[in-house]
Design a protein around this ligand. Sequence first.
Ligand code: ASP
Length: 358
Amino acid sequence: MFRILTFITALTLLFGCQETQKSTENQDSRSNEKPEAPIQQEFAIVIHGGAGTIKKEHMSDSLETVYNAKLKEAITTGHDILKNGGTALEAVTATINVMEDSPLFNAGKGAVFTNEETNEMDASIMEGESLNAGAVAGVTRIKNPINLALAVMEDSPHVMLSGKGAETFAKGQGFELVDPSYFYTENRFQSLQRIKEKEKTELDHDAKVSASFDPSAKDYKFGTVGCVALDKNGNLAAGTSTGGMTNKRWNRIGDSPIIGAGTYANNATCGVSSTGWGEYFIRGMVAHDISAMIEYGGKTLQEASQTVIQEKLSALGGDGGIVALDKYGNVSMEFNTEGMYRAYMNDKGELTIKMYKD
Ligand code: ASP
């Protein structure tokens, strides 16, 4: 009897091992077929501080240090919120607030000047679970435009408010309106003066208009800020805030407050925040196009971002970049300019900060 039992046990062990081996082989062959298997991050966050002619040779060591420190402060703010179980929306808003309060970026405090020497700001935010969104355009007295975009989303029946009306709504929501002089920074003001000087030397009107939006011009800099976060509940959110483009006129509005162009988030695909020459991002519906390539084209986030920025946007003649996270926490930071201020942090707290091409 004992012998029979031993024999049965030995047989069971033998076949059990073979099964385990088979299933490992299957897993191996599956992973060979699909090498880009999604990484599942419990939570993740990515930010940009604008794309443009950001080159090592134009950057002093001390300025580089200052940018690195501010990007780190911003992303850590959002990361802490996510780590402690906060929502993607909370992380996006708080992270963008840090950059809006810094004169280093073209958003909030550091907003660029319009042709009329004023500051007009745009912002938008979107939540990937509900596809709810809020945006403001052309506001002049809101210290943190991303907060007002959030209020539009949460406390109004609308998606986008502009100008004076947006500020009346803000007052009703208890926002403190700051004096427009809060947004004066000498650096941005001098950039406008240099562009205006350049304009004076241009003879023909069309050339004048395009000179104001020529990203190769010396003073032309993007500097919009944006953030995408994935929280522990698997929700994505994206937000973007900007002063627009130096020397803009006629109440020009760029892509940043346009849902689908400057900002997009959908839990089924990805979250995206754009920065760059806004007119092209609107025409290309850049943020939504990346999501659509994932949803309808079965592309990975990286494939979709690369195609949209390097091929489609470039073919239109536009430049700039995006930061994005997909629903698994995979990241993309794609741009076709010389550089883009950017940072990414995963659930292990591993941080990447970059500004140049490599
Ligand atoms: N996209 C912004 C705009 O066109 C500018 C930027 O990203 O710096 O208003």
